[in-house]
Design a binder for this molecule. Structure first.
Ligand SMILES: [Zn+2]
Length: 142
């Protein structure tokens, strides 16, 4: 039961080095960590490490080194999808704003239509009253 409450460890991600144009192991990130947070690594299912020395040992493994070399290739599709997702989210935001604007315009038109109907009702009542008064005047003249 208690195990179900333990959060999934965060995934360790290599850092993109702009100078080399390659992904590299993120040493500064792990070194700065005061608490020994456990990380999982996507290089191999079930790989976990915590703390600087375990990380240092892990990145020496052949599986991990191959993973880092191929990281860009393997993750390009995912990264492209992330970019596409953000693009779609932005477009969705624009469309949601357009819908809101149209809903507001529609509400304004509905309000104006209701006011117009109220005025029509008042005008019709006045016409009926006028005709009634004219009939009364006619009756008086007789
Ligand atoms: Zn790894």
């Amino acid at each position: 039961m208690a195990n179900q409450l333990v959060a999934d460890p965060p995934t360790y991600t290599p850092q993109f080095n702009e100078n080399s144009g390659k992904f590299e192991d993120n040493s500064s990130f792990v070194k700065r960590e005061r608490k020994f947070i456990q990380y999982k690594c996507s290089c191999k299912s079930g790989t976990l490490f915590s703390g600087y020395s375990q990380w240092k040992n892990h990145i020496k493994s052949k599986t991990h080194q191959e993973y880092i070399v191929n990281y860009e290739k393997n993750n390009k599709e995912v990264d492209d999808l992330k970019i596409e997702k953000n693009d779609l989210l932005a477009k969705n935001g624009v469309l949601e704003n357009k819908i809101l604007n149209l809903e507001n315009k529609n509400k304004t038109l509905t309000d104006q239509n209701e006011k117009l109907n109220e005025i029509k009702t008042i005008v019709w009542r006045r016409i009926i009253q006028k005709n009634h008064l004219l009939n009364l005047l006619n009756d008086c003249d007789k």
